[in-house]
Design a protein around this ligand. Structure first.
Ligand SMILES: Nc1ncnc2c1ncn2[C@@H]1O[C@H](COP(=O)(O)OP(=O)(O)OP(=O)(O)O)[C@@H](O)[C@H]1O
Length: 246
């Protein structure tokens, strides 16, 4: 199907026990784009990600990826189409090394745990080395993942997501709990990832969003309130009202 968009949500609504968490939400993402999603608590950001990944089914509306409707697919089928998600809390294999974690994440492994015991192919080794470079974890490759800092665990998990070669990454509040230096390094990492993949990132930290330097969508009460450059949306009186006016 021909569409200019990688991801296209049209008039999506979802109601939980009579409460409309997503309300006629329409949002599009171009191929290769990175978009930051902001909005006050309860705006519907997590629910929007849940709908894209098939965790929550919308009551009405369409969600298309490369023009294909996602709303009838389950989570594994959507992941196989090339949409990868990173949740807020890192979930790495704590007892394994950083390298082993990345190795297990690689798409296309036939028997993932057997690969830990076996000799790696040159191609697998190269893929893991590339992920170690990307995530700045090369110096920690043989360290136990459980001993890494919170920030390093987040980068490791982003690396593990990349191991699955998603075309679109959905990243939920990656810098919560990070130091300022880790936050800026994470912005660099996502920008580097965005050279070859599309990204949707939900984040409250405005210094981080500014460092990303990408288009921003402001959600409020389950709908898009404003969209554009960070400076433009943050000067929008409606946006100021929902952030400060309560
Ligand atoms: N499974 C559910 N059952 C009932 N209500 C829900 C459910 N999931 C979300 N909600 C409600 O829907 C609204 C949107 O929640 P959501 O978590 O998507 O917001 P958010 O923008 O991600 O907020 P935050 O920034 O706090 O993470 C909230 O009022 C929430 O309480």
């Amino acid at each position: 199907m021909n569409t200019p968009y990688l991801l296209e949500m049209r008039d999506v609504s979802v109601t939980f026990d009579g409460f409309r968490a997503i309300n006629s939400l329409s949002l599009t993402l171009a191929a290769g784009e990175m978009r930051a999603i902001v909005g006050p608590n309860g705006a519907g950001k997590t629910t929007m990600m849940d709908i894209i990944t098939g965790k929550t089914r919308p009551d009405t509306g369409s969600v298309r990826f490369h023009g294909h409707d996602l709303t009838r697919l389950d989570e594994p089928a959507i992941a196989r189409m090339g949409i990868g998600r990173k949740f807020q809390k890192p979930t790495v294999f704590e007892a394994l090394s950083v390298r082993e974690n990345l190795l297990l994440s690689l798409s296309g492994l036939r028997a993932p745990f057997a690969v830990l015991m076996a000799r790696l192919s040159g191609q697998e080794r190269a893929r893991v080395d590339h992920l170690l470079d990307m995530t700045r974890l090369g110096d920690f490759a043989e360290h136990q993942a459980g001993g890494m800092s919170h920030g390093q665990k987040q980068w490791l998990e982003i690396g593990m997501l990349l191991g699955q070669e998603p075309e679109l990454l959905l990243v939920d509040e990656p810098v919560a709990g990070m130091t300022d230096a880790e936050t800026m390094a994470t912005a660099d990492l996502l920008r580097e990832i965005n050279r070859t993949r599309s990204v949707v990132v939900v984040e409250h930290d405005m210094d981080f969003v500014r460092a990303l330097g990408v288009g921003v969508t402001v959600l409020h009460e389950g709908s898009v309130l404003a969209e554009g450059a960070l400076d433009t949306v943050s000067a929008d009186p409606r946006v100021i009202e929902v952030y400060l006016g309560r």
